[in-house]
Design a protein around this ligand. Structure first.
Ligand SMILES: N[C@@H](CCC(=O)N[C@@H](CS)C(=O)NCC(=O)O)C(=O)O
Length: 283
């Protein structure tokens, strides 16, 4: 049946074979699907993740904290393979009932604290270490506003534009138009802001930049969703381009983007892991 002919039935039923790229793992129910404990390393922070933009936000912050001398921010980053359904294992679901990477266990205090949602992790860590979040009320409000803006808008870019432009088994003009318009509008929002301030929250680099860079940097550089950068003419957003160059040059950002990736480190347990990676690349 073609898209234009579809008439929704009175009651929706789950079509397991809808042909989408993620049909095998998507289902309309929540909760654990198998018994599987999570590994635990020696560091105060245990991160269970994958090197997607949502995962990278948190590893970028960990690397920035360590680079800034916060040695208490040492972390183990374990790989969660979402295509294999690792996010539905009982151990993972106990940390994140929403079954999505990243999930974090903060074992630095007397009682372990679980966190899900990348934005919550950024805020928790920034506040804990007193870093990458302004302390004055105005600056903090600006930082939180841009952070929440990123968290609220990412699904329109990923689940909306990315899904219908790159992943959906059929190309639906209406859906691609709708989410292209929204993605370009979001780039324009950032571009305008970055035309009046060096960073999203103002003069200082904050967790709002880390969260947004993980998504906008990837798209701007043409590293996401096939030909999306050209399709959306992202080079037109020159202030975003300046900011992407600026943030992308930071050593901690480069390291953070390598964690939990096939081309970088599948797992990260110490700073030495990056040295080994470089030595291997040098042959
Ligand atoms: N709002 C969440 C979104 C997390 C998210 O969408 N994670 C994706 C990968 S980027 C995932 O785990 N997908 C697996 C699934 O949907 O089963 C956050 O920022 O932490």
């Amino acid at each position: 049946m073609s898209d234009a002919e579809y008439v929704p039935p009175k009651v929706w039923t789950w079509n397991k074979e809808n042909g989408g790229q993620f049909a095998a793992i998507n289902r309309p129910t929540a909760g654990a699907q198998s018994e599987k404990e999570l590994p635990v390393g020696e560091h105060p922070f245990q991160l269970y993740s994958l090197g997607t933009p949502n995962g990278q936000k948190v590893t970028i912050l960990f690397e920035e904290l360590l680079e800034a001398g916060h040695s208490g921010a040492e972390y183990d980053a374990w790989l969660i393979n979402i295509r294999e359904g690792d996010q539905f294992g009982s151990g993972f679901v106990a940390l994140n009932p929403n079954s999505k990477i990243p999930a974090l266990l903060d074992r630095s205090g007397p009682e372990p604290i679980r966190l899900f949602e990348s934005g919550a992790m950024l805020l928790h860590l920034a506040e804990k270490f007193g870093a990458f979040i302004p302390t004055d009320a105005k600056g903090r409000a600006e930082c939180l506003s841009w952070l929440m803006w990123q968290m609220g808008s990412a699904p329109f870019i990923g689940g909306g534009f990315g899904h219908f432009y790159a992943y959906a088994p059929i190309k639906i003009e209406y859906a691609i138009d709708r989410y292209s318009m929204e993605t370009k509008r979001l780039f324009d929002v950032a571009n305008n802001r970055l035309g009046e301030a060096r960073f999203l929250a103002g003069d200082d680099y904050t967790i709002a930049d880390m969260a947004t860079y993980a998504w906008f940097g990837l798209l701007y550089r043409g590293l996401a969703y096939n030909d999306a950068a050209n399709f959306l003419q992202l080079h037109e957003y020159t202030n975003v381009g300046r900011w992407v160059e600026d943030i992308g040059a930071r050593p901690a950002v480069k390291r953070g983007q390598k964690v939990n990736t096939v081309s970088g480190l599948l797992e990260r347990h110490s700073a030495a892991d990056f040295d080994k990676l470089e030595q291997a690349a040098e042959g």
